[in-house]
Design a protein around this ligand. Sequence first.
Ligand code: SF4
Length: 346
Amino acid sequence: MRWQGQRIDDTDAQALPGMENRTGFLRTVTTPDFAGMTFHEVLAKSALNHVPGPSKMPFSWTVNPYRGCSHACSYCFARGTHTYLDLDAGRDFDSQIVVKVNVVETLEKELRHGSWRHETVALGTNTDPYQRAEGRYRLMPGIIRALAESGTPFSVLTKGTLIRRDIPLLVDAAAQVPVDVQLSIAMFDETLREAIEHGAPSTQARLDTVRALSDAGFRVGVFLMPILPHLTDSVNAIDGALRRIREAGADHVIYGALHLRAGVKPWFLQWLSEHRPDLLSSYRALYPGAAAEAPKDYRQWLGRRVKPLIRMHGLEALHSDDRPARARRTAPERVVRTPEPSAMLF
Ligand code: SF4
């Protein structure tokens, strides 16, 4: 365990590389309760991150209490950000988690600032706020309270069933400000889910969470993303997924094909070579060189396949590219009335 200076104005020479000027490094923690994981506790100078514009995102601000994510999805677009800390985008991203332990106090201070315009804040757009670390640090209750009490609308996107702990808080918050809740569920074959998202809760546990949130009065969105070419894009796979999503009580579905940004592509292709080497050449053809998106033809083909199925199941369909324009919400509602997908693409 290492202790460092706690003044956040200091440049911390022993902080994680890349964090010297932004954080005060406190200590590194390992504990038997979280075997295989290391938490790097830091004091962040800011909690609200502005989304650089112009952006297609339906929000201008994000809060990310953690960097790295123990859900360990092989396709995670955020992996590349870990290299800014001189940690690798693979195993380190899954197990070396930076924790902004003062995020609540910092956020409260920023929300009190006279210039704050109460624009929508998105939680879960970079890494998952209900990953395992949240069980130890319990940062989300303070974040939810701070946003609600300041009159700031917000959205939460997660794979974490731990969100169920905070349902009463979310219900209270939704009485004060608009609150969107979305679960990310894209793998409906448990063997594939275990292989590709081995640190995340099971598919059924996430569907049960949709049910719990729906029963609490939320119109829950499900991110059916990423849809994986040749793995989860068959009619049977999509139809079966949508049936279970509908049965769980979801309101709408945001779908999209796999993105493979530069920081994640090597890790995903490595995963593919270990688990489905027969598909490697197909993926290299679909995502050649620096291409992050599947070809337009494939995406259009996927839309023609997915949209009618979503409607057939009585759900509203949104594509990840069809996000609504940013808009400040001013009229608080008891529950969300307008689906508003957030930025996290997977
Ligand atoms: S895709 Fe989301 S849940 Fe999965 S590792 Fe990345 S941030 Fe975590």
